[in-house]
Design a binder for this molecule. Sequence first.
Ligand code: TXA
Ligand code: MG
Length: 307
Amino acid sequence: MNPLDVEACASALKAGELVILPTETVYGLGADAADPVAVARVFEAKGRPRFNPLIAHVADAAHGAQIARFDGRAEALAERFWPGPLTLVLPVRDEQAVCDLARAGLSSVAVRSPGHGAARAVIAAFGGAVVAPSANRSGRPSPTTYADAMEETGGHAGASLDGGPCAVGLESTVVSLLDGEVRLLRPGSITRAEIAEVVGDLSGSEAEAHRSPGRMSLHYAPDAPVRINVDARPLGGVLIGFGQGMADADFNLSESGDLREAAANLFRMLREADRRKPELIAVARVPDDGLGEAINDRLRRAAGFVG
Ligand code: TXA
Ligand code: MG
């Protein structure tokens, strides 16, 4: 990581410009959370519906607590998983620090302290909260490499930082702690079971989780149609395999059947498959346990199945 790039990103944020920011999950398109004009640029660059609120990235739990109201369970989750791929939705405390537009007018705010050294350095040098949605144009797969991020929205950024390929490859787990309930709004690499170890079983059904703003049906989607749970290469199509015995596959998420490796490869392989301009992208079945819940969530959305 080049300290000059960190400075350039911090200066761009202070000037109300956008930045391409690496995190451990996916690349983000960052802006000053307190600046409504900068935040409006994010929505514009992504073509993102304005009812879909953004995540405020903070330095640490103390910074988070200036912005949001943490109860005991939120504190315990931050203590256990921050810095890292966990986003907490909490009642907002400081409505100026994360402007109305960034919160889509809600009285709650999503906060996360990212684990990537470059993201942490930029937030520290900037000194405030940074909203950063995934750097893709709305509806497309999240970028997990610098090149993919630059291709998606780099043209809108005043500065950018190459932090290498993202280690996790899927967006953060989003947990809501509103109204005394702990709900999983978006599965991610921190699994439901890991959350439950800290705060007990999660409440709410899947149907409820889909009420989270921004969880639209066709999401994370390449240009080619996607079909899931397929085990043979379709005519004119590309097959993305998983595990052994997939000699037919053009790509393999993980030959050894490792879900972490599959998560890290998922969006990059969807993009690479799409570049071949196939009639169809078929993806093999991925088991639903642990991290598989998050992988299958993204795959179902890429295929347009979840409403
Ligand atoms: O890993 C990540 O979280 C990445 C990196 C860049 O940090 N960011 C990311 O941001 O995925 P984005 O904007 O693509 O996804 C934010 C999610 C959306 O599903 C949004 O609806 C939800 O968080 N969200 C944000 N604020 C919320 C709120 N107040 N209530 C419920 N959901 C909220
Ligand atoms: Mg996104």
